[in-house]
Design a protein around this ligand. Structure first.
Ligand SMILES: *[C@@H]1O[C@H](CO)[C@@H](O)[C@H](O)[C@H]1NC(C)=O
Ligand SMILES: *[C@@H]1O[C@H](CO)[C@@H](O)[C@H](O)[C@H]1NC(C)=O
Ligand SMILES: *[C@@H]1O[C@H](CO)[C@@H](O)[C@H](O)[C@H]1NC(C)=O
Ligand SMILES: *[C@@H]1O[C@H](CO)[C@@H](O)[C@H](O)[C@H]1NC(C)=O
Length: 181
Protein backbone atom coordinates (compact mmCIF):
# COMPACT_ATOMS: atom_id res chain seq x y z
CA UNK A 1 0.00 0.00 0.00
CA UNK A 2 1.30 3.40 -0.94
CA UNK A 3 0.24 6.36 1.15
CA UNK A 4 1.07 9.96 0.44
CA UNK A 5 -1.15 11.79 2.85
CA UNK A 6 0.46 14.63 4.75
CA UNK A 7 0.93 15.04 8.49
CA UNK A 8 -1.30 13.49 11.12
CA UNK A 9 -3.58 11.68 8.68
CA UNK A 10 -0.75 9.39 7.68
CA UNK A 11 -0.92 7.47 10.95
CA UNK A 12 -4.54 6.52 10.61
CA UNK A 13 -4.38 5.98 6.87
CA UNK A 14 -1.31 3.78 6.78
CA UNK A 15 -1.74 1.47 9.75
CA UNK A 16 -2.17 -1.50 7.45
CA UNK A 17 1.12 -0.73 5.74
CA UNK A 18 4.02 -3.01 6.51
CA UNK A 19 6.49 -0.38 5.39
CA UNK A 20 7.06 2.36 7.92
CA UNK A 21 6.22 5.77 6.60
CA UNK A 22 8.52 8.68 7.15
CA UNK A 23 7.33 12.24 7.38
CA UNK A 24 9.71 14.88 6.14
CA UNK A 25 8.89 18.54 6.49
CA UNK A 26 10.32 22.00 6.89
CA UNK A 27 9.32 24.10 9.88
CA UNK A 28 8.27 27.74 9.89
CA UNK A 29 7.77 30.16 12.76
CA UNK A 30 4.56 32.15 13.05
CA UNK A 31 3.94 34.91 15.57
CA UNK A 32 4.52 38.59 16.04
CA UNK A 33 7.82 38.53 14.20
CA UNK A 34 9.01 41.13 11.72
CA UNK A 35 8.00 38.71 9.03
CA UNK A 36 5.90 35.60 9.58
CA UNK A 37 6.53 32.10 8.32
CA UNK A 38 10.30 32.22 8.85
CA UNK A 39 11.99 28.90 8.10
CA UNK A 40 13.87 26.99 10.80
CA UNK A 41 17.62 26.50 10.34
CA UNK A 42 20.41 24.70 12.16
CA UNK A 43 23.29 26.84 13.43
CA UNK A 44 26.09 25.30 15.53
CA UNK A 45 23.71 22.91 17.28
CA UNK A 46 20.95 25.45 17.91
CA UNK A 47 17.68 26.26 16.18
CA UNK A 48 17.25 29.61 14.44
CA UNK A 49 14.44 30.97 12.30
CA UNK A 50 14.84 33.36 9.41
CA UNK A 51 18.25 31.87 8.54
CA UNK A 52 21.30 31.04 10.62
CA UNK A 53 23.35 34.05 11.73
CA UNK A 54 26.66 34.65 9.97
CA UNK A 55 28.61 34.21 13.21
CA UNK A 56 27.88 30.47 13.40
CA UNK A 57 30.51 28.12 12.00
CA UNK A 58 28.05 25.54 10.71
CA UNK A 59 24.81 26.73 9.15
CA UNK A 60 22.46 24.20 7.59
CA UNK A 61 19.13 24.54 5.79
CA UNK A 62 17.30 21.60 7.34
CA UNK A 63 14.16 19.57 6.99
CA UNK A 64 12.94 17.45 9.88
CA UNK A 65 12.17 13.77 9.68
CA UNK A 66 9.78 11.84 11.88
CA UNK A 67 9.46 8.10 11.49
CA UNK A 68 5.95 6.75 11.90
CA UNK A 69 5.18 6.06 15.52
CA UNK A 70 8.28 7.97 16.57
CA UNK A 71 8.36 10.96 18.82
CA UNK A 72 11.68 12.40 17.69
CA UNK A 73 12.53 15.02 15.09
CA UNK A 74 15.73 14.24 13.23
CA UNK A 75 17.36 17.04 11.22
CA UNK A 76 18.60 16.42 7.71
CA UNK A 77 20.20 18.86 5.28
CA UNK A 78 17.49 20.16 2.95
CA UNK A 79 19.96 20.78 0.20
CA UNK A 80 21.94 18.23 -1.74
CA UNK A 81 25.17 20.14 -1.37
CA UNK A 82 27.21 20.56 0.66
CA UNK A 83 26.78 17.07 2.11
CA UNK A 84 25.85 16.99 5.78
CA UNK A 85 26.09 13.46 7.17
CA UNK A 86 25.30 14.44 10.79
CA UNK A 87 21.59 13.75 11.44
CA UNK A 88 21.10 15.26 14.87
CA UNK A 89 17.93 15.00 16.96
CA UNK A 90 16.12 18.10 18.15
CA UNK A 91 15.78 18.67 21.88
CA UNK A 92 14.05 21.03 24.29
CA UNK A 93 15.23 21.87 27.78
CA UNK A 94 12.44 21.40 30.30
CA UNK A 95 14.34 22.79 33.30
CA UNK A 96 11.68 24.42 35.43
CA UNK A 97 11.65 28.18 35.25
CA UNK A 98 14.10 28.34 32.36
CA UNK A 99 13.89 29.51 28.76
CA UNK A 100 16.74 27.74 27.03
CA UNK A 101 17.62 27.41 23.33
CA UNK A 102 16.15 24.57 21.34
CA UNK A 103 19.11 22.46 20.26
CA UNK A 104 20.27 19.47 18.28
CA UNK A 105 22.38 16.56 19.45
CA UNK A 106 23.78 13.38 17.97
CA UNK A 107 24.42 11.86 21.35
CA UNK A 108 22.26 11.80 24.49
CA UNK A 109 25.41 12.04 26.59
CA UNK A 110 25.88 15.62 25.47
CA UNK A 111 22.29 16.63 26.27
CA UNK A 112 22.19 19.35 28.92
CA UNK A 113 20.64 18.36 32.26
CA UNK A 114 16.89 18.78 31.97
CA UNK A 115 16.82 18.42 28.19
CA UNK A 116 15.01 15.73 26.24
CA UNK A 117 15.02 14.62 22.62
CA UNK A 118 11.83 12.58 22.83
CA UNK A 119 8.17 13.58 23.17
CA UNK A 120 7.83 15.61 19.97
CA UNK A 121 4.87 15.42 17.67
CA UNK A 122 2.73 17.21 15.13
CA UNK A 123 -0.85 18.17 15.78
CA UNK A 124 -2.44 19.25 12.53
CA UNK A 125 0.97 20.46 11.37
CA UNK A 126 1.77 22.31 14.63
CA UNK A 127 4.80 21.16 16.61
CA UNK A 128 4.17 20.14 20.18
CA UNK A 129 6.11 18.51 22.97
CA UNK A 130 4.58 16.13 25.47
CA UNK A 131 6.43 14.94 28.53
CA UNK A 132 5.16 11.62 29.94
CA UNK A 133 1.67 12.17 31.36
CA UNK A 134 1.72 15.93 30.98
CA UNK A 135 -0.49 17.79 28.51
CA UNK A 136 0.82 18.63 25.08
CA UNK A 137 2.69 21.92 25.14
CA UNK A 138 3.66 24.46 22.48
CA UNK A 139 5.92 26.85 24.31
CA UNK A 140 8.31 28.09 21.66
CA UNK A 141 9.85 31.54 21.83
CA UNK A 142 11.94 33.55 19.40
CA UNK A 143 14.58 35.96 20.66
CA UNK A 144 16.19 38.39 18.21
CA UNK A 145 19.85 37.87 17.40
CA UNK A 146 22.07 40.81 16.50
CA UNK A 147 21.26 40.14 12.83
CA UNK A 148 18.07 41.53 11.35
CA UNK A 149 15.28 39.02 10.79
CA UNK A 150 17.14 36.12 12.46
CA UNK A 151 15.91 34.74 15.78
CA UNK A 152 17.13 32.10 18.19
CA UNK A 153 14.40 29.59 19.11
CA UNK A 154 13.86 28.72 22.77
CA UNK A 155 11.55 26.58 24.85
CA UNK A 156 9.73 28.56 27.51
CA UNK A 157 9.65 26.14 30.44
CA UNK A 158 9.11 29.17 32.67
CA UNK A 159 5.80 29.97 30.96
CA UNK A 160 6.30 33.57 31.89
CA UNK A 161 6.69 36.61 29.72
CA UNK A 162 10.32 37.26 29.04
CA UNK A 163 11.63 40.52 27.80
CA UNK A 164 12.70 40.44 24.14
CA UNK A 165 11.16 37.02 23.63
CA UNK A 166 8.31 36.59 21.19
CA UNK A 167 5.92 33.63 21.55
CA UNK A 168 5.86 31.65 18.29
CA UNK A 169 4.34 28.49 16.94
CA UNK A 170 6.34 26.17 14.73
CA UNK A 171 4.35 24.78 11.84
CA UNK A 172 4.94 22.64 8.78
CA UNK A 173 2.85 25.10 6.78
CA UNK A 174 5.00 27.24 4.45
CA UNK A 175 4.03 30.90 4.27
CA UNK A 176 1.85 31.95 1.38
CA UNK A 177 3.85 34.03 -1.05
CA UNK A 178 1.99 36.81 -2.77
CA UNK A 179 3.13 38.47 -5.95
CA UNK A 180 5.38 37.11 -8.67
CA UNK A 181 6.61 33.59 -8.39
C1 LIG B 1 13.41 19.40 1.51
O1 LIG B 1 12.32 19.19 2.40
C2 LIG B 1 11.11 18.82 1.77
C3 LIG B 1 10.06 18.64 2.83
O2 LIG B 1 9.68 19.84 3.32
C4 LIG B 1 11.29 17.53 1.00
O3 LIG B 1 10.10 17.22 0.33
C5 LIG B 1 12.43 17.68 0.01
O4 LIG B 1 12.66 16.46 -0.62
C6 LIG B 1 13.70 18.13 0.73
N1 LIG B 1 14.76 18.36 -0.24
C7 LIG B 1 16.00 17.89 -0.06
C8 LIG B 1 16.96 18.19 -1.16
O5 LIG B 1 16.33 17.27 0.92
C1 LIG C 1 16.18 26.10 2.08
O1 LIG C 1 15.70 24.96 1.38
C2 LIG C 1 14.39 25.11 0.85
C3 LIG C 1 13.97 23.76 0.28
O2 LIG C 1 14.94 23.19 -0.52
C4 LIG C 1 14.39 26.21 -0.20
O3 LIG C 1 13.08 26.40 -0.69
C5 LIG C 1 14.88 27.50 0.45
O4 LIG C 1 14.99 28.50 -0.53
C6 LIG C 1 16.22 27.29 1.12
N1 LIG C 1 16.56 28.51 1.83
C7 LIG C 1 17.77 29.03 1.82
C8 LIG C 1 17.96 30.33 2.55
O5 LIG C 1 18.71 28.49 1.25
C1 LIG D 1 17.93 9.49 23.63
O1 LIG D 1 17.26 8.58 24.47
C2 LIG D 1 15.95 8.28 24.05
C3 LIG D 1 15.30 7.45 25.12
O2 LIG D 1 16.18 6.53 25.67
C4 LIG D 1 15.99 7.58 22.70
O3 LIG D 1 14.71 7.24 22.28
C5 LIG D 1 16.63 8.53 21.73
O4 LIG D 1 16.76 7.91 20.49
C6 LIG D 1 17.99 8.98 22.21
N1 LIG D 1 18.45 10.03 21.35
C7 LIG D 1 19.65 10.01 20.82
C8 LIG D 1 19.99 11.19 20.00
O5 LIG D 1 20.43 9.09 20.99
C1 LIG E 1 26.58 39.02 17.40
O1 LIG E 1 26.41 38.05 18.42
C2 LIG E 1 27.37 37.00 18.39
C3 LIG E 1 26.98 35.96 19.40
O2 LIG E 1 26.55 36.52 20.58
C4 LIG E 1 28.75 37.58 18.58
O3 LIG E 1 29.71 36.54 18.52
C5 LIG E 1 29.02 38.59 17.49
O4 LIG E 1 30.28 39.19 17.71
C6 LIG E 1 27.96 39.67 17.48
N1 LIG E 1 28.16 40.53 16.32
C7 LIG E 1 28.07 41.85 16.41
C8 LIG E 1 28.27 42.59 15.12
O5 LIG E 1 27.81 42.44 17.45
Amino acid sequence: MFCRIPFIVVFAACVSSAVSETLEFNLFAYGKLASSGLQLFYGDGQAYVGGAPSFVKESVNISLVMVEGGDKFVARANTTSPAWPTEPTMYVDLTEGAAISVGFTTDNKTLPDGATSVGFGLYGGWVFHKQDDADIEMKFLATPTNETGIYLVKWNAASTKTRDAIPISLRTQAPVVFGDK
